[in-house]
Design a protein around this ligand. Sequence first.
Ligand SMILES: Nc1ncnc2c1ncn2[C@@H]1O[C@H](COP(=O)(O)OP(=O)(O)OP(=O)(O)O)[C@@H](O)[C@H]1O
Ligand SMILES: [Mg+2]
Length: 204
Amino acid sequence: NKENKEVLIEVADEGQGIEADILYKIMTPFFTTKRAGEGTGLGLAVSEKIVREHGGQITVISESGKGSVFQVVLPVDTEKRKIKVLIVDDDEGFRHSMKDVLESREAYAVDTAPNGVEACINIGKTLPDLLVVDIMMPDMDGVEVCRVIRERKDLSRIKVLVVTGHPSSPKIRTLKEMGFTHILLKPFKFDVFLKKIEEMMGRV
Ligand SMILES: Nc1ncnc2c1ncn2[C@@H]1O[C@H](COP(=O)(O)OP(=O)(O)OP(=O)(O)O)[C@@H](O)[C@H]1O
Ligand SMILES: [Mg+2]
């Protein structure tokens, strides 16, 4: 059903069917008509719970002696998942310009943070796909944020673009040695910034 964005899955059998007086309780946990040791009565209860948690429902149509039809209706998520980006820079104007540039493309959903501490909190909560991070910042600089990403296994798949206005800072070398090789020197043109990110995210 394209209009309501639902998908219907139907499973039918030509078995014994289900009597009307038990039909209403077949999804109840532990309800079974099988002999002890043959069934737990959990099959349908678990299925129903999984479907319900995904926003769908199961309905059963059954005729005793003829068979049963189980219908599963599930909502379809047609929105493509956006690439989650976290932009970290203490320069408010620059931070918002970078956000605007990225959000001009439908593919990106952008969060921002003004320093490393807030960045780490956001990273733990949202697990971004891409981190754009400035180096010099108060309250935990970019190098420290990158160190956290290196040290935690669950964060290792986050891609990192370092942006800095200090080309001669020894911190750049530290970052390179840690394996952070995507570095953009400020000031940069925003089309260069966008192209770099599209490349990093495999979109070109
Ligand atoms: N296709 C079917 N035809 C007839 N009766 C069914 C059908 N599916 C389920 N039932 C009835 O619903 C009851 C509960 O089903 P459910 O799948 O939850 O548990 P079970 O099959 O008894 O045990 P388990 O799934 O743990 O092996 C069954 O015991 C049976 O009486
Ligand atoms: Mg079963």
